[in-house]
Ligand binder design. Structure first.
Ligand SMILES: Nc1ncnc2c1ncn2[C@@H]1O[C@H](COP(=O)(O)OP(=O)(O)OP(=O)(O)O)[C@@H](O)[C@H]1O
Length: 583
């Protein structure tokens, strides 16, 4: 019954144009055209965290492309559709390459800048009709029948349906998981081999292509284009619609567009009649309504009714087999650091550090607070580059490799402060660990050609949860897990990448005694399976009982290396860190 609901809704929507008068058909058209743009904005801003005021400019690029080619070159609008999409996508690619590296407020500001630049450029180009625009565009027609009235509404809403499906399918995929984790999760994603730059560019272009689809429809609905509807205020309107609907919700894109289009039109009629004032009083009232909605429902209209997140269908299949393991690495030691040095200004956080970990061995890295342990981890995983020294992974020099490449080569890590996505289920969090093991791209996801791989990724994640005794919690949101479960989940996510070398940053912090014992037996098991493990841990008793060898740091210097017994007996270590009693 529940599965039939979307079909029933689609059928009702399809029947609406049969009964609605022309006035409402026009509002429906404008809602549909806006919704297509806002769906892209939900992906880009609501989910991906990249605020853009520039979507209207992409609508404009597409509208102008089809206007010019249909009126000046005499092409059919059906031919200019792919052309408009391609021109807009290319423009987005270029703009994205230039601006997506910007951080913080600079990115939204850059969207203001380039969309204004385009606005003035088009307004001053006589070839594009300057501020007067281009008129007499041909209407859309099939076999001589013009698609006007209801037919155009159906076409527009068919496009909304396609845009919705493309966005939904993208979100429900390997790429979509990374996108959902992008906000504040850059370092974690890179640690599992996700290419952030590519991901951002992909969403930016996807949102621009949706805007282009809307622009093409708009141009042939109005049969006239001029710069005004594609300016900054339209860009801000689209953002309003997304926020009012619920910025991270696809349904919110449609509802928010409808709410804004209809409210604005009604207020335009009602407010001047009530107040007797001329001028843009309705804009003032509209602004107040927006503020009120956002105050009452900060998550937008849909935020109040959002169902709890649930697992995608691919995650429910219990038949799929986990992904194949990577070929075993044989070169020993599996991980080696030689003379690693890293300075921050006048401070040498790590000075000439050398260590190595072999297959089936656990190496401990200890030292008081600020000794340089995390710095060494960052150097090994490519988060920072050393000022001197080398890092070798199974004999391969990875010193200057990017974090993504190092992760793909087989080195996985956990974080001192757990980096799970609280709003995603535990299983999806762990599936992010297997990101680099999947090969399906965004297009395959949009066309649902990734289902078999997705099922295998989830089977891989589930197998790791099973191994760590967390399978029963697979569907729980990570934000609801206990500290112990979160630590274990971090390890499960790292194991989902099928690593050769595992780096654990304080995995026992915050664990109770029984949980620590469970962790110790798990790490023994991983060692027996041949993993090379490097572990930072403040709990000395736990660490020294666990590891084969220990490296001790103090003020960035390597002051000792040896077996736990040798380190316990080392006077320099005792005075620097352990204290007589504990040693
Ligand atoms: N990005 C940075 N910029 C400047 N100084 C830094 C940076 N990262 C680390 N440091 C400094 O380097 C030193 C070593 O820090 P690091 O975090 O590696 O120590 P740690 O042994 O991991 O400490 P803890 O056990 O508290 O996590 C500290 O003095 C720290 O303040």
């Amino acid at each position: 019954m529940k599965a039939l609901a979307p079909f029933a809704a689609a059928l009702c929507l399809a029947a609406l144009p049969l009964v609605l008068p022309q006035y409402w058909l026009t509002l429906m058209n404008f809602t549909g055209l806006a919704a297509i743009v806002v769906l892209g904005l939900v992906l880009l801003t609501g989910v991906g965290g990249m605020t853009s005021f520039g979507q209207a400019a992409f609508v404009g690029i597409s509208a102008y492309t089809t206007a010019w080619f249909t009126t000046q070159a005499g092409l059919s609008p059906w031919l200019t559709l792919p052309l408009s999409l391609a021109v807009t996508a290319s423009a987005a690619l270029l703009i994205g390459l230039l601006t997506l590296g910007l951080r913080g407020h600079y990115l939204p500001l850059s969207t203001l800048a380039w969309s204004m630049a385009l606005f003035y450029l088009v307004g001053n180009l006589p070839q594009l009709g300057s501020h007067d625009g281009i008129g007499n565009l041909p209407p859309l027609s099939i076999a001589g029948h013009v698609l006007g009235g209801r037919a155009f509404t159906w076409l527009t809403w068919g496009a909304v349906g396609l845009a919705f499906l493309s966005a939904r399918n993208l979100l429900d995929s390997r790429t979509g998981r990374a996108l959902r984790a992008l906000r504040g999760g850059r370092i974690m994603l890179q640690a599992f081999g996700a290419d952030i730059r590519r991901l951002k560019l992909l969403v930016f272009v996807h949102a621009a292509v949706l805007a282009a689809l809307s622009g093409w429809l708009y141009a042939h609905m109005m049969r006239f284009v001029s710069p005004t509807p594609f300016g900054i205020s339209a860009g801000i309107d689209y953002l309003f619609m997304a926020v009012i609907g619920g910025a991270a919700s696809l349904w919110g894109a449609i509802i928010g567009s409808g709410a804004v289009v209809v409210a604005r039109d009604l207020l335009q009629d009602i407010v001047p009649g009530l107040t007797g004032a001329t001028g843009a009083t309705e804009l003032l009232v509209f602004g107040l309504v927006v503020v009120l909605v956002l105050q009452r429902a900060p998550g937008g209209i849909t935020g109040r009714f959002a169902p709890p997140p649930r697992l995608p269908r691919a995650a429910l299949s219990h038949d799929a087999t986990p992904l194949p393991p990577r070929p075993a690495m044989t070169a020993e030691p599996l991980l080696a650091a030689q003379g690693l040095t890293r300075r921050f200004g006048g401070l040498t956080a790590a000075n000439d550090i050398s260590l190595s970990v072999e297959k089936g061995r656990i190496l401990g890295l200890i030292g008081p607070n600020g000794a340089g342990k995390s710095t060494v981890f960052d150097l090994l995983t490519g988060v920072t580059v050393p000022d001197a020294g080398r890092v070798l992974l199974a004999g391969q020099d990875i010193t200057d490799s990017k974090q993504t490449a190092i992760a793909r080569a087989g080195l996985a890590r956990t974080f001192q402060h757990t980096r799970l996505r609280g709003d995603m289920t535990l299983l999806e969090n762990v599936a992010i660990g297997a990101h680099a093991r999947g090969g399906c791209g965004a297009l395959a996801s949009i066309f649902r050609r990734d289902r078999a791989e997705e099922a295998r990724i989830f089977a891989t994640a589930r197998a790791q949860l099973q191994r760590l005794g967390l399978e029963a919690r697979a569907e729980v949101l990570a934000g609801q897990l206990s500290q112990g479960e979160r630590r274990t989940a971090e390890i499960a996510r790292a194991l989902a990448s099928d690593p050769t070398v595992l780096l654990l940053d304080e995995p026992a912090a915050g664990l109770r005694h029984a949980e620590k014992q469970h962790l110790a037996s798990l790490l023994h098991q991983l060692r027996a399976e041949g993993l090379a493990i490097l572990i930072i841990e403040h709990d000395m008793r736990f660490l020294l009982d666990l590891v084969d060898r220990v490296v001790v740091l103090n003020f960035g210097q390597q002051i000792a290396e040896g077996t736990p017994d040798e380190v316990r007996a080392n006077p320099a270590v005792q005075s620097a860190y352990l204290g007589e009693g504990e040693a």
